[in-house]
Design a protein. Structure first.
Length: 144
């Protein structure tokens, strides 16, 4: 992803997020952010207040915009398991001005680290953040 963005020659697109910003998210929502997503936040996420829309109209959020489902989304969650722990899911990107958005599960258990699409048919679309990134680069339609 970082390579793809740097190929566009957009200066200032990525910034390193300080560890204390991640700790603030973890403390705010009483969660433990999955490792590969935490690495993304530390090394690749857009700078604060500067979300980053890619060629496929995915808006990758800066760390300061990341929120859990109840704080960001007013609609009803149709997937029972996601709805049950919605406060432990963090939104990190949306598609085409919030047609739908993706959230990572930060609740310990069998869904920890999975990525869910919210808006429309709520469901899991990737088993982990690495798989989500791979699909976002190769098969964006698999994520909606």
């Amino acid at each position: 992803m970082k390579q793809r963005w740097s190929n566009k020659h957009e200066s200032g697109r990525v910034d390193f997020i300080q560890g204390n910003s991640i700790k603030l998210l973890e403390d705010r929502y009483d969660i433990l952010i999955p490792g590969t997503f935490k690495s993304y936040l530390q090394t690749t996420a857009p700078m604060p207040h500067q979300d980053s829309v890619d060629d496929d109209f995915v808006d990758w959020w800066s760390a300061d915009r990341i929120k859990n489902i109840p704080e960001e989304y007013d609609g009803e969650i149709s997937h029972e398991q996601i709805a049950k722990h919605s406060g432990k899911y963090l939104f990190f990107a949306d598609y085409c001005i919030w047609s739908w958005a993706w959230a990572i599960c930060c609740q310990s258990g069998s869904d920890y680290g999975k990525i869910a699409v919210i808006g429309g048919k709520d469901r899991f679309v990737a088993d982990n953040f690495d798989k989500f990134v791979e699909l976002s680069l190769t098969d964006i339609d698999a994520l909606n």
